[in-house]
Design a protein around this ligand. Structure first.
Ligand code: GTP
Ligand code: MG
Length: 201
């Protein structure tokens, strides 16, 4: 059992030099705009409104850092979660989008405390070309990648496992390296935390 003891907002920022400095192991959440990154952080933190969630794509515009204290096997562990703006959002101006992409790029390449990048795919939509591009970019270098397919609640129960297998095959991921998730039905939370803690151990 993994228990969340505390979850708190640390800071919001767009610049590397302003990111929090304490060397706490960090997990970042990337994915298409509106895929459910912020909702996943709320679900993992067992909180409804730690992070702002919205129907409107492009809600998250800066990097937002949260510290979560967990209790696992009678030990306490602090993990920092970073919520990022989504990629592939066409409705903001080209200039703003380039600035976001640059910000994400700088963060992913230079953040030494970043240990795992959770790449979020929409289980219903499947991997988009932008998702594949992001996974290619993250391949073969630290930080580690965990792929999570969210909004699983949108598929009927019988369709879920075949869909996950299909996405895993499409992305050429090894067995058991894709997790299913739903922020609305609270699916996959323990599996995601378990996998993250395994990587961070
Ligand atoms: N059905 C379903 N809807 C979800 C789930 N997770 C998120 N959503 C919905 O998807 C929309 C976007 O959620 P967010 O968490 O704000 O997505 P985001 O990836 O942070 O979006 P940006 O910050 O704009 O990039 C909201 O309307 C959520 O309610 C889920 O597991 N199932
Ligand atoms: Mg968001």
């Amino acid at each position: 059992m993994i228990k969340v003891l505390t979850a708190e907002f640390v800071t919001t920022s767009t610049k590397l030099e302003e990111f929090p400095r304490h060397p706490i192991p960090e997990v970042a959440f990337v994915g298409r705009s509106n895929v459910g990154k912020s909702s996943m952080i709320n679900a993992l933190a067992h909180r409804k409104k730690l992070v702002r969630v919205s129907n409107t794509p492009g809600r998250t515009k800066t990097l937002n850092f949260f510290d979560v204290t967990l209790e696992h096997r009678a030990k306490k562990k602090v993990v920092r979660l970073c919520d990022l703006p989504g990629y592939g959002f066409a409705k903001v101006g080209k200039e703003e989008r380039l600035a976001w992409d640059r910000m994400i790029d700088v963060y992913l390449k230079n953040r030494h405390t970043l240990k795992v990048v959770v790449t979020i795919i929409d289980a219903e939509v499947g991997p988009t070309p932008d998702d594949v591009e992001m996974l290619d970019f993250l391949q073969d270098k630290p930080p580690r990648i965990l792929v999570v397919a969210t909004k699983l609640d949108r598929l009927n129960k019988a369709a879920r496992k075949p869909r996950l297998d299909q996405i895993r095959t499409q992305l050429e991921l090894p067995a058991n390296s894709l997790l299913g998730f739903s922020a609305h039905e609270n699916l996959g939370r323990d599996e995601v935390w378990g996998t993250l803690l395994g990587i961070l151990a």
